[in-house]
Design a protein around this ligand. Structure first.
Ligand code: NAD
Length: 357
C-alpha cells in the first residue's frame, strides 16, 4: 500500500471503520499545497477493497489537478464508501462518516459524488462543517449539475473557436452520450444556440425527459460513437475514448462532462492528436461542479459560480496554445499547467515557512 501511496505522492490515506454503522470508508488526501483537499464522496459496490483503495488514490489526484488548473486555492481529496447506494444508505452511516471527516479538522472537505446526493451530505453536515453540496434551503449550493453543464457549454465554445475560428455552435452536429443531470442541461444550452442534436442514453426515461425541452434525434447507446458529427460529447461514463472508439469517431472535437474519458491518458491523448481530434481535457471542462461547491465555502451565490465557470473558456484557450507550442496532447498541456502551479506555490510556501523559523 505504501508503494501505491508513494507513487503519486499522496499525503495521507485514512481508513474509516465502524461495524455498528456498517461503515467501511477510505479518505485519500492527495495534495494540500494550494489549500484544503476537496472532493466528493463516492459510494459504490466495489468488488474488492483494493479496487476501492486504487479508485480513492486515482480520483483524489484528479481533484488536485482540477483545483490547480482552475486557479482555485484548494487541494485534492476523495472519499469512498464501500456499499450499495441503492440498499445501504442511512442516516447513521453518513453521520458516522461525517465524524471521521470532522476528525481531520478541515484538511479534507467533502461533497456529493456518484452514489451520494444532497440528502446524504446533509447527514454529514450534522457532524461536521467540512462538507459542501448541501441543499439551497440550508445555505448550500444544491445540485452542481447546472453549473457543470454551463462550464461544458462554455468549454465547447472555446474548443469550437480553436478548431473553426468561431465559437458559434449554430448548426453544428453534436452527439451527446448520456442525458442525465449534466447531459440534459447541456443539451438545453446547445439547443438554444441552434445546434443539431443527437442523443443516446441507456435509460428510456431520461431520453423522454430530454425530449420535453429539446429537439434531437435519438440514437442507440451503441451507435452514438459512429454518428457523423462535429462534436462528440461524453456525459455518462469514463474510459469511452479507447482503442476501439477512436477508430469509430467521425467528429473534430470531443468535449463533455464525464470524468476520466481517456482509457489511458498518454496513449489515447496522443492518438486523438494524431487523428486531428481536439480533446477538451475532461477535468478542465467539467470543473464547473468543483467551482460550484468551492463557492459554497464563501457563502453560495449561483450568479457568481456561473461567472467563475465562464473562466473555463480562457483556461482551455491557454491549454490549446501550450499544446500547439510544445506539440503535446491537450491532456498533457493541462497536466503541465497544474503541475507548474503546484510547484511554484509549493516552493513559495516552503520559502515563506523557512523564513519564518
Ligand atoms: P447522471 O447519472 O445524472 O447521468 C448519467 C447518464 O448517463 C444517465 O442518464 C445514464 O442513464 C446515462 N448512461 C449510463 N451509461 C450509458 C451508456 N453506456 N450510454 C449512454 N448513456 C449512458 O450523472 P451526471 O451527474 O449527469 O454525471 C455525468 C458524468 O459527468 C459523470 O461521469 C460524472 O462523474 C461527471 N461529472 C458530473 C458533475 C456534476 O456536476 N454532476 C461534475 C463533474 C463531472
Amino acid at each position: 500500500m505504501f508503494a501505491e501511496i508513494e507513487k503519486n505522492n499522496h499525503e495521507q490515506v485514512i481508513y474509516c471503520s465502524d461495524k455498528g454503522a456498517g461503515l467501511k470508508a477510505i479518505i485519500a488526501i492527495h495534495d494540500t499545497t494550494l489549500g484544503p483537499a476537496i472532493g466528493g464522496t463516492r459510494m459504490w459496490n466495489y468488488t474488492t477493497e483494493e479496487e476501492a483503495f486504487k479508485d480513492a488514490l486515482r480520483l483524489s489526484k484528479q481533484m488536485t489537478y482540477k483545483s490547480a488548473v482552475t486557479g482555485l486555492n484548494l487541494g485534492g481529496g476523495k472519499a469512498i464508501i464501500m456499499g450499495d447506494p441503492k440498499k445501504d444508505k442511512n442516516e447513521l452511516l453518513f453521520r458516522t462518516f461525517g465524524k471521521f471527516v470532522n476528525g481531520l479538522g478541515g484538511r479534507y472537505i467533502t461533497a456529493e459524488d456518484v452514489g451520494t446526493d444532497v440528502k446524504d451530505m446533509e447527514y454529514v453536515r450534522m457532524e461536521t462543517k467540512y462538507v459542501t453540496g448541501i441543499s439551497k434551503a440550508l445555505g448550500g449550493s444544491g445540485n452542481p449539475s447546472t453549473v457543470t453543464a454551463f462550464g461544458v457549454f462554455v468549454g465547447m465554445k472555446a474548443s469550437a473557436h480553436k478548431k473553426w475560428g468561431s465559437d458559434s455552435l449554430k448548426g453544428k452536429k453534436i452527439a451527446i452520450q448520456g442525458v442525465g443531470s449534466v447531459g440534459r442541461y447541456l443539451s438545453e444550452y446547445l439547443y438554444a444556440e441552434g445546434a443539431e442534436l443527437y442523443i443516446a442514453d441507456i435509460d428510456e426515461e431520461r431520453i423522454h425527459s430530454a425530449l420535453h425541452t429539446v429537439k434531437a434525434r435519438v440514437v442507440s447507446p451503441e451507435e452514438i460513437y459512429d454518428v457523423d458529427c462535429d462534436i462528440f460529447s461524453p456525459n455518462a461514463l469514463g474510459s469511452v475514448i479507447n482503442d476501439e472508439t477512436i477508430q469509430r469517431f467521425k467528429c473534430e472535437i470531443i468535449a463533455g462532462g464525464a470524468n476520466s474519458q481517456l482509457e489511458e491518458d498518454e496513449k489515447h491523448g496522443q492518438l486523438l492528436k494524431e487523428k486531428g481530434i481536439l480533446f477538451a481535457p475532461d477535468y478542465v471542462i467539467n470543473a464547473g461542479g468543483l467551482i460550484n461547491v468551492a463557492n459554497e465555502l464563501e457563502g453560495y451565490r449561483q450568479d457568481r459560480a456561473m461567472k467563475q465557470a465562464e473562466a473555463i473558456y480562457g483556461i482551455l484557450q491557454n491549454i490549446y496554445s501550450i499544446s500547439d507550442e510544445q506539440n503535446i496532447p491537450t491532456i498533457a498541456a493541462a497536466n503541465h499547467i497544474a503541475e507548474e502551479r503546484l510547484d511554484k506555490i509549493g516552493k513559495m510556501k516552503h520559502i515563506y515557512s523557512t523564513n519564518n523559523k
